[in-house]
Design a protein around this ligand. Structure first.
Ligand code: SDX
Length: 424
């Protein structure tokens, strides 16, 4: 539990003074425990949870003003360049980076769980081929709850741990099959001789006719880094959704499906797809000034910009931009959309409208350009985000279940009709 500071906030209310305890964490702002406001007949009011700490956590720390993102204390740029995604998964789940032996054991566990029950493949057939891939993912990941429910005891730590392994291992298979289904190609099964990112790209782009398909190591490395950059991000909307669903004791696979649904929105994980759509609509650098005027008239948002927490650069965007330059150079790609994105960033960072609103590129601004270079279609971008964020979601679910927790049940400010009778 966080440390009581001994300090108190004093709330003067209806002539009485209410002392509210203040707690300190390791980093970041102290928190005021407001539950005693209820005893005074009041609720706190914070739509959008702008200033609300909904839980205590040891997993990820963000300093929005300084543009800092730490996973279990390690800066994101170091994890993205000195560790791989499965090491980051191990870190998020267990609190420490794995030793070489622990890494091998974890890697083997994940490899041994990449297959899904053959009946799961039947769920895809209920979707139209042109269904949005995120709609398919909501369905098929939620369907896993039908295969892992009877006998699953969320209070049993061993059941919780195997659930985390199964989800991290199976989500790439389902993501790749979602893509294959929408393009009418047969599913490609996972292989145990490939690493996590290679296996995913192989399932995405290999075909039965091309037995010698080889994954480009440059793309596999970029894919792995993109997974790491999306792995977790504190109490964002989709993670909070998973925690809230999990607080009822719901099936964890169903909780992750709820997280996928929340991530889909364009204000959240759907922004990476919306950035590419926006770049397509702008078309060329010449059209940027007119587009920026539309943004200022609030007719459109500059997708991939702004963040609830970061009021400085999103540290992930910096690494993503570096990766973008590396991948495009390695592939010899001169993507005009990169030049367009950089011009948008240049103008936004020098324009008072964006400066006074602390709007900077976020994780979604450059990711789509790399994903496109890897060959991933725009409508699959948020599926990639969901794949990578599954470890963050399940890490928070595990953390919540590892100690006593209460069902999440916010209240409201009611402004509807007072009690009245039906006069008939
Ligand atoms: C992710 O929470 C997380 O951690 C999420 C995430 C993660 O890893 O889980 O980081 C992933 O979701 C990144 C964000 C991706 N979304 C986008 O790129 C969509 C575009 N951005 C916005 O919609 C917006 O910036 C939000 C939703 C991200 C944040 O919104 P807030 O914190 O509620 O801020 P706001 O809407 O109150 O904006 C403050 C002002 C407003 O102007 P005024 O009313 O003060 O005049 O800034 C403006 C907004 O209109 N504004 C933008 C803008 N974002 C905010 N104006 C133009 N373009 C934008 N993108």
């Amino acid at each position: 539990m966080s440390e009581a500071t001994g300090k108190k906030a004093v709330l003067k209310l209806d002539g009485q003074e209410i002392e509210l305890p203040i707690y300190s964490g390791t980093l970041g702002p102290d928190v005021i425990d407001v539950k005693d406001v209820l005893a005074a007949g009041h609720f706190t009011f914070d739509p959008g949870f702008m200033a609300t700490a909904a839980c205590e956590s040891k997993i990820t720390f963000i300093d929005g003003n300084k543009g800092i993102l730490l996973h279990r204390g390690y800066p994101i740029d170091q994890l993205a360049t000195k560790a791989d995604y499965l090491e980051t998964c191990y870190l998020l789940l267990n609190g420490e980076l794995p030793t070489p032996e622990q890494k091998d054991e974890f890697d083997t566990k994940v490899r041994n769980h990449t297959m899904v029950h053959d009946q799961v493949s039947r769920f895809f057939n209920g979707f139209r081929r042109d269904a949005h891939p995120m709609a398919v993912m909501c369905g098929v990941v939620g369907a896993l709850s039908a295969f892992y429910h009877n006998g699953l005891d969320v209070e049993d730590v061993n059941h919780r741990e195997i659930t985390a392994i199964r989800l991290i291992a199976k989500i790439p298979t389902l993501a790749a099959w979602t893509y294959k289904y929408t393009i009418g190609q047969p599913f490609i099964y996972p292989r145990n001789d490939l690493n996590y990112a290679e296996n995913f790209l192989h399932m995405m782009f290999a075909t039965p006719a091309d037995r010698d398909y080889k994954v480009n190591p440059v793309l596999a490395k970029a894919m792995d880094r993109i997974f790491t950059l999306h792995a977790d991000h504190e109490q964002n909307a989709s993670t909070s959704t998973v925690r809230l669903a999990g607080s009822t004791g719901a099936n964890p696979y169903a909780c992750i499906a709820a997280g996928i649904a929340a991530l889909w929105g364009p204000a959240h994980g759907g922004a990476n797809e919306a950035v590419l759509t926006m770049l397509d609509e702008i078309g060329s650098v010449e059209n940027v000034p007119e587009f920026m005027e539309k943004v200022k008239r609030k007719e459109v948002k500059l997708m991939g910009f702004g963040h609830r927490v970061y009021k400085n650069f999103d540290p992930r965007a910096k690494v993503m931009k570096q990766t973008c330059d590396e991948v495009l150079a390695a592939l010899g790609i001169n993507d005009p959309q990169l030049a367009l994105a950089m011009e948008l960033e240049r103008i936004a960072l020098s324009d008072q409208y964006f400066i006074e609103r602390n709007l900077y590129p976020n994780v979604d601004f450059y990711s789509g350009i790399i994903l496109k270079a890897i060959g991933i279609p725009t409508e699959m971008f948020t599926v990639i985000f969901a794949l990578a964020r599954t470890v963050g979601w399940i890490s928070h679910w595990l953390e919540m279940h590892s100690s006593a927790y209460k069902i999440g049940r916010p209240r409201q400010l009611y402004t509807g009709p007072s009690a009245r009778d039906i006069n008939r």
